[in-house]
Design a protein around this ligand. Structure first.
Ligand code: AMP
Length: 548
């Protein structure tokens, strides 16, 4: 690299990674307001906050979300979490580096010593729980030990056959030693429902009064193609209701179905209350039932769909053609213009639900009506994640272009069990916070208070002491205050106060200090008034109450 290139490289500007972005003030104030409203509204419905880790084992997401989904098959940020164990790596290198010389006299014994050392290092670290061997690593390690045992039992003869066997075994051991990875594949979370279910099991929440109602907020990560409203690090606000089912409960009895429907409707009611409180306008709620995984219900419908789609596959795009085999339901999701006419002729799932799912869906609609929640039915709403059953819903909002879904959710009975927990019912949703904020901004509901309440324009040593005291008292009364660190001429101070969007300038000079009367200038009108120190805060308080 030339000197010039090296210098240029050094001066290279760092930028946020594609699909990620900085959230800056004053916009962050809007984010805070939204999250504050989440806490206020969700707690009134009896939900408590859960904070789950940003990363989990890749397996957890693969199992919960589904290996065939886009999220798991191509969008996860997965990496090997490898421990840094230098003694183990030294033992590995010793085996690898000796390899080319193993046929030379005297090297064989050394090789055996090094392999045996490598094996015992692994045992040591496994016992100390510094490493755990994932399934594939365990099988590789077993092979190394087996081959090593075979190597040691070879007769000490020089015939060609034995030598060949020795060479072969040695070769295999070296390759496996080289490839053995101790780390575990972990992934940045692409969503949080899987983690919440994992936490429900891990903390034995079945012991708590059921259902357990939890909410979360935080970043999620998916390697999608970035565009407006679609990022690689984005934020979700979500809630889950989990209810372990006692053994005596009769599954899908009329009583249970009706209770589930009430829970579904209440979760949706909470969501719409939140959107209303936060000022989201024009939100539309779409609902559907995708039945349950049985021959007389969704499975039967999926087969019917597959048969229909197979009649003329060439009329479909590449993605949909592939989905005829992998997941025909996802064809209904397609936004491709050319496929819309074909999709419109496909059978509707509502006509193929089993009796229980029909009863449940009718009850959900009734419960929503009872709560005054407006909805539209959308038979094509299937959602992209594997774990949903019965109720699915989505909310769209204006001002978002093609990525107009601000929230998606549904029922997922059985997910906790799939992750190794007890039989448990579940329903939840995730709001895309980035899109919610965008929509609020587009509709003019995104304004947040900017600037400072008070800018203190001070001049002179004595005035500075009073200014420090004034700043402290005003801040502890909850006002935002800018106290410039150096003395400024009043004209300059006032123009600075204007630039910062301050409402008032508190003028403190020699006169004010000697008279013990402070001058307050309202910057929008230019009016000035004098106050004794204690009355100033009362006056500002009153003004704040009037304007809020
Ligand atoms: P999902 O977890 O896929 O059901 O998504 C729930 C909600 O999260 C969606 O309705 C979107 O509002 C939001 N969302 C999903 N993926 C992204 C993304 N890549 N960027 C921004 N928001 C997203």
């Amino acid at each position: 690299m030339s000197d010039a290139t090296a210098k240029k490289e050094q001066r290279r500007k760092f930028q946020a990674i594609r699909g990620t972005r900085d959230l800056l003030p004053p916009e962050t104030a809007l984010w805070n307001r939204v999250e504050q409203t989440v806490h206020e509204v969700f707690t009134t419905f009896g939900f408590g906050e859960i904070r789950v880790p940003i990363f989990e084992t890749t397996d957890l997401f693969a199992r919960a979300v589904g290996g065939e989904t886009d999220i798991v098959s191509k969008e996860m940020y997965a990496f090997l979490d490898q421990p840094d164990l230098s003694d183990l790596e030294n033992a590995r290198n010793a085996v690898k580096e000796l390899n080319p010389g193993i046929t030379a006299a005297g090297k064989q014994e050394l090789f055996e010593l090094y392999v045996s050392n490598f094996i015992s290092e692994i045992h040591k670290h496994v016992t100390a729980q510094d490493i755990n061997l994932p399934r594939r690593a365990q099988s590789d390690f077993d092979t190394i030990q087996d081959r090593f045992r075979d190597l040691l039992t070879l007769p000490d003869t020089k015939d060609e056959d034995t030598n060949n066997k020795r060479r072969h075994l040695t070769f295999e051991i070296v390759i496996k030693v080289d490839l053995l990875r101790f780390g575990e594949s972990i992934s940045l979370r692409p969503e949080a429902t899987a983690s919440v279910c994992r936490a429900y099991i891990e903390h034995n929440m079945l012991q708590l009064p059921q259902p357990v109602k939890l909410f979360y907020t935080g970043p999620m990560f998916r390697r999608e193609r970035p565009q407006k409203g679609r990022y690689r690090q984005f934020y979700q606000i979500g809630a889950e209701v989990l209810e372990g089912t006692r053994p005596e409960v009769v599954k899908d009895s009329p009583k249970e179905l009706s209770k589930d429907a009430v829970i579904d409707a209440e979760v949706i009611e909470m969501l719409m209350t939140f959107f209303d409180k936060v000022g989201l306008q024009g939100a539309t709620l779409y609902i559907n039932s995708i039945g349950h995984n049985a021959e007389n219900c969704r499975r039967g419908y999926v087969e019917l769909l597959r048969a229909e789609l197979q009649k003329e596959p060439e009329r479909l795009g590449e993605d949909s053609q592939r989905r005829i085999d992998t997941n025909p339901l996802r064809v209904l999701d397609s936004k491709l213009e050319s496929e819309q006419a074909i999709i419109a002729t496909l059978p509707h799932i509502a006509d193929h639900l089993c009796d229980e799912c029909k009863t449940h869906y009718a009850a959900v609609k009734r419960q929503l009506e009872l709560r005054g929640v407006l909805y539209q039915e959308n038979w094509r709403l299937v959602r992209g994640l594997d774990y949903y059953m019965r109720t699915t819903f989505e909310i769209t909002a204006p001002g978002l272009g093609s990525q107009n879904a601000v929230c998606g959710g549904g029922r997922y009975d059985g997910l906790v069990e799939l992750l190794g927990g007890p039989p448990t019912k579940g329903i939840g949703f995730a709001i895309g916070e980035d899109r919610l904020i965008l929509s609020l901004q587009e509709s003019g509901k995104g304004q947040t208070q900017q600037g400072r309440d008070v800018y203190i324009a001070w001049m002179g040593e004595r005035a500075y002491a009073a200014a420090i005291r004034a700043a402290r008292d005003l801040r502890s009364a909850g006002f935002s205050v800018e106290l410039p660190p150096v003395e400024q001429k009043f004209g300059k101070a006032l123009s600075q106060a204007d630039k910062l969007g301050a409402k008032y300038a508190l003028i403190l000079g020699d006169n004010e200090v000697s008279e013990a009367l402070w001058t307050l200038k309202t910057l929008s009108t230019g009016e000035q008034e004098k106050f004794p120190e204690p009355e100033l805060i009362d006056f500002l308080r009153q003004q704040k109450n009037v304007s809020s």
